[in-house]
Design a protein around this ligand. Structure first.
Ligand SMILES: C[S@@+](CC[C@H](N)C(=O)[O-])C[C@H]1O[C@@H](n2cnc3c(N)ncnc32)[C@H](O)[C@@H]1O
Length: 448
């Protein structure tokens, strides 16, 4: 249902601009005070990125202030920019991923020398989006954002061993390459798929925009297994590895990739043991991954690496936690329910179900979910959108990514609750994480 905006919002644009400016000013004051109190420096956009240099930004009140500034600034832009320009800017935004991909595959962050006129035009678009700086006409320098995909390796080293480009690095470029090479072409055909009466609105993972864009009948993950897609599969594994930082004791990690989440936990909590389950080709890579980094875990059986399909029954054994990170969002409800019912069948009364995914909010006020621990959150200051607008936009980009690749989707809390209800689990607790967190919300279920 659509309502006229005048019926919903006030009409006083100047009052709204002032309220937004006030949020920005107060938030900057909070950041300034917090930096003084903590003796940390707020990271400069000119300085190269390192996880340690983000310490100031990671203080909780600074995160909240930052998320309010992002939400307020984008809302402010939407008020002051002429509407045709805002819509044209949105419609042509796809050139940004193209330019990013060109910068990555030409190793520009590593080269950073006088790049010649074609590349200069690409870099100028990026510099206009604050990735690289044009320090003089046609001369570009790195900055904090571009340093995120600089591997620190020499160009000679990368060209000699392209398959090792991201080895031993934070590998953020691999994630950007996945988005700009695997996902971007699928978004271009999504409009055709949505209006096609033969395929639109289907839940089938083989009738997607991805299937049309890459002219294949295989589901996305099985397509990765083709010999000609080996580099994409390896790149996806590296990209996922970068984000995997959590698990729990005696955990079965379904769709766990090569097991990076539990390796990170194993290093901090040596008393824990794990079973990592995924498709056979991924588990094969997992064996190499563990043999290289923590071989004694395989030898002692503290980690089991198991080829296990989501849609076949679990082996019978005692399980404390089933952890599914970035798994349910790949599938439509029908498939998720099948998967969760199989886990329920293998659970006892003390087993927990831990789902780690984006939990998306509506862009308006939501139905109360205060019967779920952790579900109630304070609303952002007026006139920001209840979902913090642009601060949360990546979750909605990810939602459409899931739609194009697999007919999957990111879910609201009520939708997660619905999946659990249909499959013999009860949603009892949720952790949303900080306002900038992507894919880190945790929903905990118990058997019913
Ligand atoms: C988005 S990735 C998430 C990987 C990992 N959990 C993480 O967070 O980094 C989804 C995983 O599901 C696996 N997968 C897809 N279809 C599967 C199936 N039918 N059975 C088991 N695993 C599957 C993929 O191979 C992939 O590793």
């Amino acid at each position: 249902m659509f309502l006229q905006t005048d019926a919903v919002l006030g009409e006083d644009a100047i009052a709204e601009l002032k309220a937004l400016a006030d949020i920005i000013n107060k938030s900057i004051a909070t950041i300034e005070t917090s930096m003084k109190d903590s003796s940390l420096a707020y990271p400069s956009p000119a300085a190269s990125f390192s996880p340690q240099s983000e310490a100031g930004r990671n203080i909780p009140e600074v995160q909240t202030a930052g998320s309010n500034i992002v939400a307020a600034a984008s809302q402010l832009i939407s008020i002051v920019r002429p509407p045709p320009l805002t819509l044209i800017a949105y419609a042509l935004q796809f050139h940004v991923p193209t330019a990013l991909r060109i910068a990555i595959i030409t190793h520009t962050a590593e080269i950073l020398r006088d790049a010649g006129p074609q590349l200069a035009r690409v870099l100028r678009l990026l510099a206009t989006n604050h990735v690289f700086v044009e320090v003089a006409p046609d001369v570009f320098a790195s900055n904090r954002l571009s340093s995120m995909f600089d591997t620190g390796k020499s160009v000679e080293e990368i060209i000699a061993h392209p398959e090792k480009k991201y080895e031993g690095t934070i590998a953020f470029g691999a994630l950007l390459e996945h988005f700009t090479d695997d996902v971007f072409p699928t978004s271009a055909v999504l409009p055709n798929v949505i209006v096609d009466p033969k395929v639109g609105r289907l839940n089938d993972p083989t009738k997607t925009a991805f299937n049309q864009a890459f002219k294949t009948d295989l589901p996305f993950f099985e397509w990765f297994d083709l010999p000609e897609q080996t580099h994409r599969m390896a790149r996806f594994g590296i990209a996922m590895d970068g984000g995997a930082r959590l698990a729990a004791p005696d955990t079965i990690i379904q769709g766990g990739g090569v097991g990076s989440q539990c390796m990170s936990l194993a290093k901090h909590y040596p008393q824990l043991s794990f079973a990592v389950q995924d498709r056979a080709p991924v588990i094969q890579e997992g064996v190499e991954f563990w043999t290289k980094s923590l071989p004694n875990y395989i030898e002692s059986g503290k980690v089991l690496l198991e080829a296990q399909d989501f849609f076949t029954p679990q082996p019978v054994r005692k399980v404390s936690v089933f952890l599914l990170r970035m798994v349910l969002h790949d599938w439509s409800d029908e498939y998720c329910i099948k998967m969760l019912r199989l886990l329920r069948a293998a659970a006892d009364e003390s087993t927990k179900l831990l789902i780690v995914d984006n939990i998306v909010s509506y862009a308006c006020n939501e139905t109360s979910t205060n019967n779920i621990r952790g579900a109630e959150r304070p609303l952002p200051p007026t006139p920001l959108l209840p979902n913090l607008g642009h601060t949360s936009v990546i979750a909605y980009y990810t939602d459409l990514t899931m739609m194009t690749l697999l007919n999957g989707h990111e879910r609201t809390l009520l939708e997660v609750q619905g999946l659990m209800k249909e499959s013999g689990w009860k949603l009892v607790e949720v952790y949303y994480g900080d306002p900038f967190a992507v894919g880190q919300s945790k929903a905990i279920g118990v058997p019913v």
